[in-house]
Design a protein around this ligand. Structure first.
Ligand code: NDP
Length: 254
């Protein structure tokens, strides 16, 4: 048996229409899973679906606004209904607001916390009965270096990424009895739309990241294919509640 084989498994990846989410979706599809990518931007989703299908993957798109409870619940329900099951959930959708903390509004705070944490709570809760019924499942939350380190210019983001890791640990403990493994991935600095904005807003960030990262480069979305397959497959059946950095060594650099 190939412990990394995902043939017959069904995955839902929020924000799978681009960036790190698409990098993970590609890995899951290559390993044999049917992948539902969920997001708002349909043009991005069409390009993502074409990329997944060109790899020979089985993939579909469902619209989701993770800021809306009903949208989270119905995307999970519709995916399970369409494919008859839902084995893998990747809570990847995320956003940031960059300002000094004293300038943040309550709306900034809620936007980031609701997009990054509440959505993962809602989707995980919605997927639980499907995984329990099937005898198990895999949930993967996307944290950040800011799950570990502080940020002077992204307080809500750092708070949300700390929270999503603690939430994964709590679900891991609660749902171990149901054979559901729940883990987090902590990306380093990755070249995506999200960090394009950060590089525009934070002078010198591009160079500082390269200087601080032992492998001396920014990460790429495709760097997340392998870890997604590992955490979604039987290879990780005894791995739960953990948070794995995928960061080119950023988090261990003195
Ligand atoms: P992107 O901006 O490329 O991806 C963010 C994704 O989230 C998009 O696909 C977007 O979909 C989706 N999304 C945001 N808000 C909503 C919403 N309200 N409803 C539905 N979907 C939404 O950035 P990344 O790929 O970099 O980010 C992916 C994850 O990785 C995030 O959780 C981010 O915090 C995390 N991360 C990224 C790092 C990096 O260096 N890039 C480092 C650490 C963590 P749409 O475009 O359709 O709105």
């Amino acid at each position: 048996m190939n412990a990394f084989d995902l043939t017959g498994r069904v995955a839902l990846v929020t924000g799978g229409n681009g960036g790190i989410g698409l990098g993970m979706a590609k890995g899951l599809a290559r390993a044999g899973a049917t992948v539902m990518i969920a997001g708002r931007n349909k043009a991005k989703a069409e390009a993502a679906l074409a990329a997944l299908k060109s790899l020979g993957g089985k993939a579909d798109f469902i619209e989701i606004d993770v800021l809306k409870e009903e949208s989270c619940r119905s995307a999970v329900g519709a995916t399970a209904e369409k494919f008859g099951k839902l084995d893998i959930l990747v809570n990847n959708a995320g956003t940031s607001v960059r300002k000094p903390p004293e300038q943040l509004t309550a709306a900034d705070w809620h936007l980031v916390m609701d997009t990054n944490v509440t959505s993962a709570f809602l989707c995980s809760q919605a997927v639980y009965p499907h995984m329990k019924k099937a005898g198990g499942g895999k949930i993967i939350n996307i944290g950040s270096m800011m799950s570990i380190f502080a940020s002077s210019y992204a307080t809500p983001y750092a708070s949300s990424k700390g929270a999503i890791v603690q939430m994964a640990r709590s679900f891991a403990v609660a749902w171990a009895k149901d054979n559901i493994q729940v883990n987090s991935i902590l990306p380093g600095w990755i070249d995506t739309e999200l960090t394009k904005k950060a590089r525009e807003q934070v002078p010198g960030l591009q160079e500082r990241v390269v200087a601080r990262t032992p492998v001396a480069r920014w990460g790429l979305p495709d760097d997340f294919s392998g870890i997604a397959v590992f955490l979604a497959s039987p290879a990780s059946d005894f791995v739960t509640g953990t948070a794995i950095p995928v960061d080119g060594g950023y988090s261990v650099m003195a």
